[in-house]
Design a protein around this ligand. Structure first.
Ligand SMILES: *Cc1c(COP(=O)(O)O)cnc(C)c1O
Ligand SMILES: [Zn+2]
Length: 448
């Protein structure tokens, strides 16, 4: 059976289409964003049971490339790509675990964390990048004169791009805002052989430049404005449902910056509904940092208008974005999924991340934003304690240790409630015993 997919303008008044191998990031007729559209009638010829069985049979198998969480759903992603052009590092299929103790602490029993950062480059960006780089490899094999793939990044997109390009033998170029990403994020593209441009600006500044640079068609744009990324990232919602035996949770909370990921989450879930795999849609909550909250502000105004802002420095550096490219798609998703947008202050996000860590997680600050928002929505009664809630953890905490170190040294300029400082003492038995006595007495008090 053969399936087809193409780029389509998201503006319903326009609807222009373009083949997936054309170098186009916006509709050339009306300027709107594009999305990958699938031939649903063809996909619907296999029934819902058939798709669920196929996806389950492939899940985590070593049948290359279908063991990948993304390529196991190839027909829904890029049906026409040749397997030999797929650049996969076995991404996706990340763990979804019951956060029992954290849930009890904050008053929700059925809380689950989807650890999207437990993957090759340490963030969910791998899910989209495997698709984009595979399509580039296919285009190069068809003779397209692409010399390099380029992105602007708050750190994780560039790490994923550099990794997949290195695996494919394609040159990558990354534009990064100097001093606004973590050391781990900076060293990833360096190690993977990317051309790294470190610029005195913020993400929005890098994004403006990359859009200029990629007017040269030999430099292919890899930001999520390129909707190929969204196709891979949309598997996260499908995978969560599969992990729950195809039953929808009540709420999914996701941190948002450029808003490609929430759009992707919605797109995957909607496709499942259209093809009959699920009936009920979960509610989607976008969590933003208060210092970079253009979506939250627009939500307060009922999405009547949108104003880009100058994003302020935030610990949640991967979502320090003032002019999100996928705003329109995100609003559409929020309207379809009875959406909520909530924000978290620096103190709230740092404490929530640290409290989660105390229960065995190791959260990145963006996951901290999502956890803080969960706490606030529970307090406000907008999420009920009996509901099944999934928090999407977007990156591995090890990419953001600078922030954790400062937190535990109490150096963030607000009280760090859960700071845990190492005790420095001479290497003598009496000193160690004395320290243990004091510390254990205090711990027992804390737990009483
Ligand atoms: C990219 C990223 C986000 C935000 O995703 P968007 O698609 O830009 O909204 C959140 N958390 C982490 C760790 C990221 O790398
Ligand atoms: Zn158009």
């Amino acid at each position: 059976m053969s399936y087809r997919a193409w780029f389509q303008c998201i503006n319903p008044q326009c609807g222009a289409t373009y083949p997936l191998n054309s170098i186009v990031y916006h509709c050339t007729k009306c300027g709107s964003l594009l999305e990958v559209q699938h031939e649903l009638e063809a996909l619907a010829r296999r029934d819902a049971q058939g798709w669920m069985k196929l996806f389950e049979d492939r899940y985590k198998s070593n049948q290359w490339p279908y063991g990948s969480g993304v390529w196991g759903k190839k027909e829904w992603i890029l049906p026409e790509i040749n397997d030999e052009n797929i650049v996969s590092l076995y991404e996706g299929s990340t763990n979804l675990f019951w956060a029992e103790r954290f849930g009890k602490l904050i008053g929700v029993n059925d809380l689950w964390i989807k650890l999207c950062g437990n993957t090759h480059s340490g963030s969910f960006k791998d899910l989209g990048m495997t698709v984009l780089v595979s399509q580039v490899k296919q285009m190069i094999s068809e003779g397209a004169p692409i010399k390099a793939v380029v992105c602007a990044s708050t750190g994780d997109t560039s790490a994923a791009l550099a990794t997949y390009c290195a695996a494919a033998g394609i040159q990558s170029i990354v534009l990064l805002p100097r001093g606004k990403i973590s050391i781990a994020q900076l060293v990833q593209p360096i190690a993977n052989g990317a051309l790294v441009l470190y610029l005195d600006t913020d993400f929005d500044g890098c994004m403006r430049l990359v859009q200029e640079v990629t007017k040269d068609e030999t430099l292919y744009l890899a930001n999520s404005m390129n909707s190929l990324r969204v196709e891979g990232q949309k598997t996260v919602g499908i995978e969560i449902l599969q992990q729950f035996d195809w039953e929808s949770p009540d709420v999914i909370i996701i941190p948002g910056g450029n808003l490609g990921n929430v759009s992707a989450l919605g797109k995957g879930l909607m496709m499942m509904k259209d093809l009959g795999l699920i009936e009920k849609l979960p509610r989607i909550v976008v969590a933003q940092a208060e210092r970079a909250n253009p979506l939250y502000r627009a939500y307060q105004r009922n999405f009547e208008d949108f104003e880009p802002i100058q994003a302020q420095k935030t610990l949640a550096s991967a979502i320090q974005i003032g002019n999100p490219v996928s705003y329109q798609k995100a609003v559409r998703t929020l309207k379809q999924f009875d959406g909520i947008v909530e924000q978290a202050t620096e103190e709230e996000l740092a404490d929530a991340a640290a409290l989660g860590d105390r229960t065995g997680m190791f959260n990145c600050p963006h996951t901290g934003v999502a956890l803080a928002v969960l706490i606030k929505l529970l307090k406000a009664g907008k999420i009920d304690k009996s509901q099944r809630v999934v928090v999407i953890s977007t990156a591995h905490g090890l990419k953001f240790v600078e922030m954790k170190v400062k937190y535990h040294q109490n150096e963030l300029g607000f009280p760090c409630r859960y700071a845990n400082r190492p005790i420095e003492l001479p290497a003598r038995l009496d000193a160690v015993k004395e320290a243990l006595n004091q510390a254990l007495a205090k711990k027992i008090e804390d737990h009483a």
